[in-house]
Write a new protein. Structure first.
Length: 292
């Protein structure tokens, strides 16, 4: 899996005095964090979490375990700071992380920032919001129209740093050339509809800097009520040439939050290739044995 392009943009918006969002563009690692807390605490939480993400060595871990452990480490560090610094008591942050690995894009997620996948002219939200409004929506106590204007739509049900431990959604998405992944804070998605996000990507899929800038501008045109952050990256052609093993649909997010979601098609394709390789070697040995 190779990266064709990437870009990140953030803006305070039109109503807030400070920008409490943070983002990471450190390929193959990308993230968005939306901090919360009194005074400057939200800013501290999101920046601290972003720094931990960039600086932490995850040893031999890979895939969903690696991303989950990075977010757990961020949680530990933000919680430690808020427990020792009274000015930051109760601070926390959302965190949506993407890590591009050889067999797919690993997503890790806590809170109501989102990851989207744009593919074949469609857009799909691949993370589930950990928010009060989403809980009410799922239980049928709220319609999607009511959700859009709900006064408590920024209340989240999970955050990084507010508790000693955090439940992390982490899963792998099969990716292929041409896919564009977007990570964004609610300052974008509360102001700009999914179809308009799609349109912005489709307009200039080769120029992601333009995409992220135009999305920030669109959110500000829509009112700019919150800090706006967008990170985008595009998947390129595989160096080996063939990406047939990656041509599977995105794994649908399941409803159980603790279970890692894994695509199995790549592993199966690799197994077949290994078997073919072994057969070829056996054939060569057989021919060599016959002629000698
Ligand atoms: Mg926000």
């Amino acid at each position: 899996m190779t990266l064709a392009a990437y870009s990140g943009a953030t803006d305070t918006g039109r109503k807030r005095r400070r920008n409490e969002d943070a983002y990471v563009v450190a390929p193959p690692l990308f993230a968005v964090a939306d901090g919360m807390g009194g005074a400057q605490a939200g800013e501290i939480a999101s920046k601290l979490a972003a720094t931990v993400l960039e600086d932490t060595d995850s040893g031999s871990l890979s895939g969903p375990e690696r991303v989950a452990s990075l977010i757990q480490e961020a949680n530990r560090r933000v919680h430690e700071r808020s427990s020792t610094d009274p000015a930051t008591t109760g601070m926390g942050t959302t965190m949506t992380v993407a890590l591009v690995e050889s067999d797919g894009v690993v997503i890790g997620h806590v809170g109501d920032s989102r990851a989207y996948l744009v593919r074949d002219g469609g857009i799909e939200q691949i993370t589930e919001d950990h928010s009060l409004v989403n809980e009410l929506l799922k239980s049928g106590r709220l319609s999607s129209e009511e959700a859009e204007t709900h006064p408590q739509r920024s209340v989240i049900t999970r955050a990084v740093g507010t508790d000693p431990d955090v439940d992390v959604d982490s899963f792998i998405v099969d990716a292929r050339a041409g896919d564009v992944f977007l990570l964004c804070s609610d300052g974008l998605t509360d102001m700009v509809a999914d179809e308009d996000i799609l349109e912005a990507v489709e307009k200039s899929p080769e120029d992601l800097k333009r995409v992220t800038k135009s999305l920030v501008a669109a959110a500000n045109r829509g009112g700019g009520e919150d800090n706006i952050t967008v990170v985008a990256f595009a998947i390129g052609e595989d160096e080996a040439g063939g990406d047939t093993a990656e041509m599977t649909a995105v794994v649908e997010p399941d409803t159980t939050e603790t279970q890692p979601r894994q695509g199995v098609s790549n592993a199966r394709a690799r197994l077949v290739l290994t078997m073919l390789g072994l057969l070829a070697i056996a054939g060569v040995l057989l021919v060599w044995g016959l002629v000698h």
